[in-house]
Design a protein around this ligand. Structure first.
Ligand code: SAM
Length: 240
């Protein structure tokens, strides 16, 4: 029998699980049978996106749960990326790479210089990308994707206890110099601006709301690269 790290993974919704049976959707049956080429009786890993993995056996339109599997791939902190939406499909790339880096929640925001007006389908697309990236990176949690809101609303509603606003210009401390894995930190939020950057008033509001402005170095990073740099620093600091 294959070892669990050789098995294919499938993210399921928690309500698909009933009495040790997973009720597969038509799309999941197609994916398991026609894309992954699994046959009845083959094993795979089902993950509910909320921290639980199971070894499962495929049976036609259902799968049987055989046993629970313990996974330790999550960072020990909850990590939110608040991203001002970049142009085009830029946020797809952000969701894909930052899911792999351990983000637990994406909060897309519309800032003063955001050029994209996201369609309702975008949020569904980001959810699908997050699910696929969580499967690929063997995470046990699929990050949540919040509805896009204005930056002002997002900063007033967020309650993370450590909040950093990445600002491309100015003489702010480097993120790497102020994050500290020894402190009692459970919740971190990183905010990244759009291609045109944050406006001065946005930086002011964020500071008043308790955000610490930080630098990611002397070079100006792309709006889709800056989250990867910030989250790599956070993941490297808190990884156990
Ligand atoms: N046009 C903006 C400017 O000239 O200030 C640059 C915006 S940058 C392309 C997009 C976002 O990435 C910024 O708003 C910031 O959040 C983040 N960013 C890029 N480079 C950064 C750096 N060196 N330090 C901190 N944040 C950075």
């Amino acid at each position: 029998m294959k070892r669990s790290n050789q098995l294919q993974r499938l993210a399921i919704a928690p309500d698909q699980l009933q009495n040790k049976q997973i009720l597969l959707t038509t799309q999941q049956q197609h994916y398991l049978g026609n894309v992954l080429r699994l046959r009845q009786g083959d094993h795979f890993i089902a993950m509910d996106g909320q921290g639980q993995w199971w070894l499962a056996k495929l049976e036609a339109s259902q799968a049987q749960i055989l046993e629970s599997i313990s996974v330790q791939t999550e960072l020990p902190i909850s990590l939110t990326l608040m991203g001002a939406l970049p142009k085009g499909h830029g946020f797809d790339e952000v969701v894909r790479s930052c899911t792999v880096l351990g983000v637990t929640c994406f909060a897309p925001v519309i800032s003063d210089r955001t050029l994209l007006n996201p369609s309702p389908q975008k949020q569904e697309r980001w959810r699908r990308i997050a699910k696929e990236a969580a499967e690929q990176s063997e995470r046990s949690v699929v990050p949540a994707i919040l509805e896009p809101v204005s930056f002002a609303t997002a900063i007033s509603e967020n309650t993370a206890n450590y909040r950093y606003l990445c600002v491309a210009r100015g003489s702010y401390p480097h993120l790497k110099d102020i994050i500290n894995s020894g402190a009692e930190i459970s919740d971190i939020l990183i905010a990244i601006g759009p291609e045109g950057g944050w406006t001065e008033s946005e930086v002011e509001w964020a500071i008043q709301a308790g955000f610490q402005p930080v630098s990611l170095g002397r070079r100006i990073l792309r709006a889709v690269t800056a989250p990867v740099v910030a989250l790599s620093l956070i993941a490297a600091t808190f990884e156990k």
